[in-house]
Write a protein that binds this ligand. Structure first.
Ligand SMILES: Cc1cc2nc3c(=O)[nH]c(=O)nc-3n(C[C@H](O)[C@H](O)[C@H](O)COP(=O)(O)OP(=O)(O)OC[C@H]3O[C@@H](n4cnc5c(N)ncnc54)[C@H](O)[C@@H]3O)c2cc1C
Ligand SMILES: NC(=O)c1ccc[n+]([C@@H]2O[C@H](COP(=O)([O-])OP(=O)(O)OC[C@H]3O[C@@H](n4cnc5c(N)ncnc54)[C@H](O)[C@@H]3O)[C@@H](O)[C@H]2O)c1
Length: 509
């Protein structure tokens, strides 16, 4: 069903700001943009809360936590943790985290925040004009399309979609994607995982914990964008958990059999092989969701790498400074927390530029370019109107066993950026706090230090619950805290954080 398009049609509805996509990022933009009295509507074609709430972050972590807790308990001498996981109970708990795929709670939150919800598929049909047509997933499927006018700004927060590799037979085999892996109601007896990235490593861990026999086929190494030692330690952890990890393994054909099982043929440095399992999961990456959002209607094409934005989250090359993009669709971040950070920045820029004077007294510099940007030097980096952390301080935690937690630049990325860096590392099991955590507690902490400024520009922690150690490093990187001052941040004894002291001593302090 389509509406007449174009600016000659009278809009059915008008809001100051229209956000296309009600995932975690769109919700954050809407919330912040409304702070100075602007009216805001979110257009959502599926569930308010997006991928993260129902098929990504929350359900996947609910599947992973029981195995991590059990492994930690088993490693403590004197604790009797002989029980296995109760897979049915784990799946049932996961269902509570997704509210049984019902978004009523999030809709209630939107209501409370005064944000209008327009259920349906949003598509730009001209500058500041969004057509909202019924989507198959919405209960208004028979309703007519609406034309919605945005007085000031439209924000695209449509997320990303998975990519299926061009392997003969894979599409016909009806593979699982991350949605099926995070929402499965039964644990398959065996599972082949294609990919060596974050989804592959997390889901291989979860399904091995739940009792499936898992084979992971990674084209190269594991967790490639991270420091190499992270992938190596996660690979060792997966093998210890019973996963058959094959590196350098490229799938060549996938065949679904009449009995429901599936065979994956692959090559690796040793030759040609086959593995047959109950199910196959394609965890081979995602791309920004820029299709069917009407971006061509405002002159934007070739968006395979995402919607290009500046640090103010305004989309490059659109006149008038009204089109913003945030989250996965920008291609510059791929996690919920970094997308929500962008959402806060975009929301603040919109609120300050178009709303009543901000209670905080901050104001965003006036537009100075045709695409509505402030002059290049007018917005201070690290002000709340610039997503500066996108460049040098992105954080991520991979919830494998061991966990991988990182912030900022890897050693290689720092070299590529022309920095003269030195790395120091220390074993997590070699500090008193670590030894108390468990008999086999181990892991690695590494800092990447910019020698010219003597500040930390990157950090990676690999170990049990390493994610909880990350924020100290994030503060050091964002705050550009000199090592000589970090020396005075005294870690409590006996905690694993004492590794900070050991790292600084190793550096030479
Ligand atoms: C298995 C898995 C696990 C993950 N785990 C983590 C994790 O632990 N931590 C983390 O930080 N990140 C994690 N991520 C990444 C995280 O899910 C994404 O970065 C995050 O969801 C991006 O948020 P978003 O709002 O940009 O997009 P999304 O969450 O994808 O939301 C976009 C929303 O827009 C809607 N939409 C799209 N197009 C339209 C349209 N034209 N009209 C109307 N509505 C539209 C969609 O229905 C959706 O609701 C994980 C990803 C996967 C796949
Ligand atoms: N904890 C978290 O923060 C978290 C968890 C899950 C996902 N995510 C995010 O979601 C996004 C998607 O994750 P993902 O794991 O799908 O993507 P990814 O980009 O992390 O990994 C994709 C993997 O698929 C492999 N691959 C790609 N094409 C292939 C082909 N033709 N044949 C064989 N292998 C192929 C790649 O080599 C890589 O190992 C990522 O950006 C990730 O950061 C984050």
């Amino acid at each position: 069903m389509t509406a007449d398009t174009g600016s000659d049609r009278t809009p059915d509805l008008t809001y100051d700001v229209v956000v296309i996509g009600g995932g975690p990022v769109g919700e954050n933009v809407a919330d912040r943009a409304g702070r100075t009295g602007l009216t805001v509507a979110i257009v959502e074609s599926e569930l308010v809360g997006g991928e993260c709430s129902y098929w990504a972050c929350m359900p996947s972590k609910a599947l992973l936590r029981p195995g991590a807790a059990l492994a930690a308990a088993r490693d403590v001498a004197g604790v009797s943790a002989s029980a296995d996981l109760d897979a049915a109970a784990v799946l049932a708990t996961r269902d509570t985290f997704t509210s049984d795929w019902d978004d009523a709670g999030q809709v209630q939150w939107l209501d409370g925040a005064g944000i209008a919800l327009l259920r349906g598929h949003g598509r730009l049909v001209g500058p500041k004009l969004v057509e909202v047509s019924p989507s198959a997933a919405s209960d208004t499927f028979d309703a007519p399309a609406h034309l919605v006018q945005a007085r000031h700004a439209v924000v695209v927060a449509t997320g990303s979609v998975p990519v299926l590799p061009d392997v003969p037979g894979l599409l016909d085999a009806g593979p699982w994607g991350s949605r099926e892996a995070t929402s499965a109601q039964q644990v398959p007896e065996s599972l082949v995982v294609l990919g060596g990235g974050v989804v592959a490593c997390e889901m291989a861990t979860a399904y091995a914990d739940l009792g499936a026999s898992v084979t992971l086929l990674a084209r190269s190494g594991l967790l490639r964008p991270f420091e190499a030692f992270a992938g190596e330690q996660v690979g060792a952890g997966l093998r210890e958990g019973g996963v058959d990890v094959r590196l350098g393994a490229s799938p060549t054909r996938v065949t679904r059999h009449d009995d429901g099982s599936v065979t994956v043929a692959f090559t690796d440095p040793q030759g040609e092989h086959e593995v047959t399992a109950s199910e196959v999961l394609a965890a081979t990456g995602r791309v920004p969701r820029t299709d069917d959002v009407g971006l061509d209607a405002v002159g934007l094409t070739d968006l395979r790498r995402g919607l290009p934005v500046g640090d103010d989250l305004l989309v490059d090359g659109v006149e008038g400074g009204w089109l913003f993009a945030t989250g996965d669709v920008t291609g510059r971040v791929a996690t919920t927390h970094q997308g929500k950070y962008q959402g806060r920045v975009a929301g603040d820029v919109i609120a300050a530029r178009f709303g009543s004077p901000d209670a905080s007294g901050d104001s965003v510099p006036a537009p100075a370019t045709p695409d509505g940007r402030a002059a290049a030097d007018a917005v201070a980096p690290w002000s709340r109107f610039a997503a500066s952390a996108d460049h040098t301080a992105q954080t991520q935690v991979v919830f494998t066993r061991p966990q991988v937690a990182s912030v900022g630049l890897t050693e290689q990325a720092a070299h590529d950026a022309g920095l003269d860096v030195r790395t120091v590392s220390f074993g997590l099991g070699d500090v008193a706090g670590g030894s108390l955590m468990g008999t086999h507690y181990a892991g690695t902490a590494q800092l990447v230090v910019d020698e010219a400024r003597r500040v930390v520009v990157g950090a990676t922690f690999v170990g049990p619950e390493a994610g909880e150690m990350l924020h100290a490093a994030t503060i050091a990187v964002v705050g550009e805290v000199p090592l000589d001052r970090l020396w005075h941040a005294v870690p409590a004894y006996p905690t694993v954080s004492e590794v900070w002291l050991r790292l600084l001593e190793t550096y030479g302090l």
